[in-house]
Design a protein around this ligand. Structure first.
Ligand SMILES: Cc1ncc(COP(=O)(O)O)c(C=O)c1O
Ligand SMILES: [Zn+2]
Length: 429
């Protein structure tokens, strides 16, 4: 297989898969459910041995990519792709913080993740490295858009054949930003949940590595690095509160797992972070679960402009709701109108253009502050997980009636300065 690989010499090789329902352990294989009880399989680690080998100081010399945490990621026998994924900025959000009345607000900005501008680059880099380890030469996924972008780019880079299945109603920017790579894009006449069912069937019928089906235990571990980076960038401190957008419910569950692992291996102080989930009102099965305390997810048919979060039957919905309730956090949802307003609010205050999912995060943060569920003064990190260029149509009204002038100063001045207020302020300066 082509691609540039980096061997992590010190990687702990005794990692195992454990069933989260019955506790049975197995060695790594391309499976997502327990052969005994069909419970979900999870990658677990020998924390005691990692604890003895890791120190905060050691991280200063490590590469600034998500693989700096390789001891707490699935072991990759063939080495990890040398793709600089992760280590995205954590920004002190002063102006948004002023608007929301939150003086200790931070943004984890995965809208600038490499190479495809969403947090999905993180999960894909782990999944494809593992796919190569398992000997797959074809990989596939079901996607709500961002995963499609990340898979297509990274599979091209690694010279893996890829098939990407998407619901037919995705944003055209996301479809284009998938089809431009060396990949096969298949549009399916159905919802994401139907596409996902088709992928599960594919995993049984064909020898394919499906990143969110038979490679899911490894793929989902990549999301922990959002939590690792937040803590390290805060000076190895966990935040008091974190707000995370939810679709399948994996990212939020893994951020929580990442925080807890840092405490277990002694890199972060022993405290807990309250975890808050965000969804769009037109597809809020996990928020509903948090609010009702029900024992299982009631699937919904998504009806929202927020395509990236349109998963009506979330695979990790129950786990996410338990993480949220167990941490003392909460979940909320916002209307499509609030999503668009929030995209604009973030752009105007912080200069960050987010895709729809980030509008959900900002809108829900605002709502939770107003409800008194989020503590205004606490150290709060909100996760912006994808780039606004991918859903630019949501704010195209902002550019709809822009004036056109002749290329002359008089035309410019007539338009820009021909206004009492502007002239007075210019005169004052
Ligand atoms: C931009 C963005 N944010 C958040 C999520 C939610 O991730 P998860 O499905 O792990 O809950 C997705 C999922 O596709 C996404 O595309
Ligand atoms: Zn089991």
């Amino acid at each position: 297989m082509e691609g540039v690989f980096l061997i992590m010499e010190s990687q702990v090789m005794n990692q195992i898969l454990e069933c989260t329902s019955c506790g049975i352990v197995t060695e790594y294989k391309p499976e997502t459910v327990c052969p005994e009880c069909f419970g979900p399989l999870e990658v677990t680690y020998d924390y005691e041995s990692i604890r003895g080998r890791l120190s905060r100081e050691a991280f200063a010399a490590r590469p600034t990519t998500m693989w700096r945490y390789h001891e707490l990621l699935p072991a990759i026998d063939g080495g990890v792709p040398e793709t600089p994924v992760g280590w995205t900025p954590l920004i002190k959000a002063r102006r948004l913080g002023q608007v929301l009345g939150m003086p200790n607000l931070y943004i984890k900005n995965d809208a600038v993740n490499f190479p495809t501008l969403s947090f999905k680059d993180r999960v894909v880099t782990v999944a494809l490295a593992k796919a190569i380890d398992f000997g797959f030469d074809t990989v596939a996924c079901a996607s709500t858009g961002n995963l499609a972008n990340a898979m297509a780019a990274q599979a091209s880079m690694l010279n893996l054949s890829s098939v990407i299945l998407i619901p037919q109603d995705l944003e055209h920017q996301k479809i284009t930003a998938t089809a431009c790579y060396d990949t096969r894009v298949v549009k399916v006449n159905g919802t994401y949940d139907e596409v996902n069912r088709l992928c599960s069937e594919l995993a049984y019928r064909e020898e394919i590595g499906i990143v969110n089906v038979n490679l899911r235990p490894y793929y989902s571990e990549g999301s922990k690095t959002v939590g690792f980076e937040i803590a390290e960038q805060l000076g190895w401190r966990l935040p008091d509160q974190v707000v995370v957008p939810m679709a399948g419910g994996s990212l939020i569950s893994k951020i929580d797992k990442g925080f807890k692992e840092l405490v277990k291996v002694g890199l972060a102080e022993d405290k807990s972070a309250r975890i808050y989930g965000a969804q769009a009102s037109g597809c809020a099965p996990i928020t509903d679960l948090v609010k009702t305390g029900a024992k299982q997810v009631t699937p919904v048919k998504p009806d929202t402009l927020v395509k990236s979060l349109s998963i009506g039957a979330p695979a990790d919905g129950l786990r996410a709701s338990r993480v949220i309730n167990g941490s003392g956090g909460w979940a909320e949802d916002v209307s499509d109108e609030e999503v668009v307003e929030s995209i604009t609010l973030l752009a105007e205050t912080e200069g960050i253009f987010t895709e729809a999912a980030g509008g959900v995060t900002v809108g829900v943060t605002r709502k939770l502050v107003e409800q008194g569920k989020l503590n205004r003064d606490a150290v709060t990190v909100i996760c912006i997980t994808g780039n606004g260029l991918k859903t630019a149509d949501l704010v195209k009204h902002r550019a709809a009636e822009l004036p056109l002038i002749e290329p002359k100063y008089s035309s410019y001045s007539e338009l820009v300065n021909n206004n009492e207020e502007v002239r007075i302020s210019v005169g004052t300066i």
